[in-house]
Write a protein that binds this ligand. Structure first.
Ligand code: PMP
Length: 283
């Protein structure tokens, strides 16, 4: 495995970061996870735009050629289907002090992990997920993809303790998103998802699903979803870059709708899969 660290492509085992790096000490850093399918970044431009948004929001310097860095890294790792992790920290302060010097050189780290191509699985083989609903303990700038993931980690583990796959988060009575995914609800043929705000991450797949709904005459609304609406839904889906769109068929131990994967999910899964295949293979 080759990783990228501050201008160098090196074996993962040789990468070294200072314990005084602010990413390590404070989680003073942002990140992206970008799927590459058949060696090509999927919605890469959108991911880089979101990275720039995160960097600007926390005032970490940018100015790198992200495309060149990532494409080279993917090439060195043999291409194919990879999930690329890219982290940018504010840099190494040399001591532990909350205040920072604006002239710090950011630390840039990137690595790859194999990922299953969500479009390579047939709809009938996709398993419905179980989720729990729990309090959203995060801060109020969830639009920034920050590496401070302690709340996400704790509630995902809580879900695992209950034999569930995901935790859906509730803030002020409203469902925001999952620990690493956006959420969609279907009721009487209409798709609902919370509107973009600083309480959720603007998911790249969320945006794509809405685009596909638009282009294919599927009715949707960006609207608040409370707990009762969630539990009364005919279908619930989650979306993320590496998972695509997946059906949630149990929430808090109760079946969603009839407890089976829904017809609108199957339709959206096909649309997303077809879009991805067309883009990746030029078919
Ligand atoms: N919300 C959160 C909190 C996430 O971590 C992710 C994963 N990046 C998402 C939503 C989904 O975003 P995307 O579709 O861009 O992967």
């Amino acid at each position: 495995d080759i990783v990228y660290l501050d201008g160098h492509y090196i074996p993962a085992g040789e990468a070294r970061i200072s314990p005084f790096d602010r990413g390590f000490l404070f989680g003073d850093s942002v990140y992206e996870v970008i799927p590459y399918f058949r060696g090509t970044g999927f919605r890469l431009r959108e991911h880089i735009a979101r990275l720039e948004h995160s960097l600007r929001a926390v005032r970490i310097r940018s100015g790198r050629d992200w495309y060149a860095i990532l494409d080279r890294l993917v090439e060195l790792n043999g291409g194919g289907n990879l999930s690329v992790y890219l982290q940018v920290t504010r840099g190494d302060s040399g001591s532990r002090s909350h205040a920072y010097d604006a002239s710090l050189e950011p630390t840039v780290f990137a690595c790859c992990a194999p990922v299953r191509d969500f479009a390579s699985v047939a709809a009938k083989d996709v398993k419905g997920l179980a989720a729990i609903v729990t309090a959203d303990l995060r801060w109020h700038r969830c639009d920034i993809k920050s590496t401070c993931l302690l709340p996400n980690i704790l509630v995902l583990q809580q879900a695992r303790d209950h034999q569930a796959d995901e935790a859906l988060l509730l803030r002020d009575g409203l469902v925001t998103e999952g620990t690493s995914c956006n959420i969609f609800l279907v009721r009487q043929g209409v798709v609902y998802t919370p509107k973009r705000s600083s309480e959720i991450l603007g998911g790249i797949t969320r945006e794509l699903v809405l685009e596909l709904a638009d282009e294919n005459g599927i009715q949707y609304q960006e609207a608040d979803i409370d707990y009762d609406a969630l539990m009364a839904g005919d279908e619930v889906w989650i979306t993320s870059s590496t998972r695509g769109v997946l059906p949630v068929t149990r929430i808090d131990g109760q079946p969603v709708g009839d407890g089976e994967k829904g017809p609108l999910w199957a339709r959206m899964f096909e649309l997303l899969t077809r879009y991805q295949r067309r883009l990746m293979t030029g078919e």
